[in-house]
Write a new protein. Structure first.
Length: 367
């Protein structure tokens, strides 16, 4: 007989550190620029907003449990078979499904030193063991991943491009990693920021997934598509893995307005191109301006930068964070990612970007 006097979570659950998102507010400041969550400053496509508003007239009806309208739009734009696509309540739901389906007590999943914090949470929640491997110069080290593979390894979680580093793994290295993995290990390519990358040697994962049985790629509508509040993600994978995920997912995991807004956003690629162009311009300008101030900026291919501060009194990241917040600029502290003296900054609107540059200029010049 269980002697406990109250419900008790299974062992390990209460050892999980809850995910803490970027802050949103700056107390006592009239106007706040939120640059902590990598949201697009251009907002969603007007066509997505219109589709959302139209769908609001049918809120009494259950959504399509197969998400056909959204899967068809994704398949059309990317040239994929919709049968190999599964949509979810953000890519986080899909990553959690993978962990819960393929991991259990005694199983291991590999994550990288500065990888997305949610992976560790999901691995532990599934009863698995996270194995963290080092990165090299803030870049994923394929050889370190391969060295950590054991007979207990079931999944490798890889953010590409990385968050919060903004660096990426060239496709040749991804293929080398996959070729060396045992056939039973799933390689998860989390390509949340893929649309922003403009490098000839980068590939989000579609090609590798299409020719493999143990690779999946996850994507999101929360970044370049500007639909973060609707929580829409999708995964492209082999039929066997998609089938397993379909068996355990929630039956109506995406609401109707999200389905139609997502489909409209996906088809409005000119709007995506505008967002990417804005980012390309300001990513370079902000990086150059902050470097000129004496700050180190990790070279980024995404819509954010990782800013490293001097290790001296009144000049550390915590000091800069307080200074910027007092002026209405909210960035992301990333000590939980292994960068105690750095801040991550979303590339925002022109006004936000120039405001941060001016504020950090003042910060660095003060005594």
């Amino acid at each position: 007989m269980n002697a406990s006097t109250k419900p008790v979570p299974r062992p390990g659950v209460m050892d999980i550190a809850a995910y803490v998102p970027g802050k949103e507010h700056a107390g006592g400041v009239a106007r706040v620029f939120k640059l902590s969550s990598n949201e697009t400053p251009l907002g969603p496509s007007p066509k997505a907003i219109e589709a959302f508003q139209t769908a609001a007239g049918k809120l009494e009806l259950y959504p399509d449990g197969q998400a056909r309208v959204l899967r068809d739009a994704i398949a059309e734009v990317h040239g994929l078979n919709p049968a190999n696509i599964l949509c979810g309540n953000g890519s986080g739901e899909l990553l959690a499904l993978l962990a819960n389906i393929y991991l259990g007590p005694g199983d291991e999943a590999i994550i990288t030193e500065h990888g997305f914090l949610l992976y560790r949470i999901q691995i532990l929640a599934a009863g698995g063991t996270p194995v963290t491997v080092p990165e090299t110069d803030r870049r994923v080290d394929v050889d370190a991943i391969l060295a950590a593979v054991t007979e207990r390894t079931k999944i490798v979680f890889l953010t590409n491009p990385g968050n919060p580093t903004g660096t990426y793994v060239p496709y040749a290295d991804i293929k080398r990693l996959h070729a060396a993995l045992p056939a039973h290990v799933i390689l998860v390519l989390d390509a949340a920021y893929a649309e922003y990358v403009r490098r000839n040697d980068y590939e989000a994962g579609i090609e590798l997934v299409s020719g493999s049985r143990n690779v999946v790629m996850t994507r999101t509508f929360a970044k370049v598509y500007g639909l973060a509040s609707l929580r829409i993600g999708w995964i492209y994978g082999p039929a066997e893995i998609i089938d397993a995920m379909n068996r355990v997912r929630g039956p109506f995991n995406i609401n109707t307005p999200a389905l139609f807004a997502g489909a409209a956003a996906m088809r409005d690629q000119p709007h995506v191109a505008k967002a990417v162009e804005h980012n390309q311009i300001w990513l370079g300008r902000v990086s150059e301006a902050l470097t000129a101030l004496g700050l180190e900026v990790t070279p980024s291919v995404t819509n954010f930068i990782l800013i490293h501060f001097p290790d001296q009194d009144r000049k550390r990241a915590s000091d800069a964070d307080a200074f910027l917040t007092s002026r209405g600029f909210v960035l992301r502290a990333v000590s939980s990612y292994g960068f105690p003296n750095a801040l991550r900054m979303t590339i925002g609107s022109e006004e936000a970007n120039t405001g941060v540059i001016a504020a950090l200029t003042e910060f660095m010049e003060r005594t």
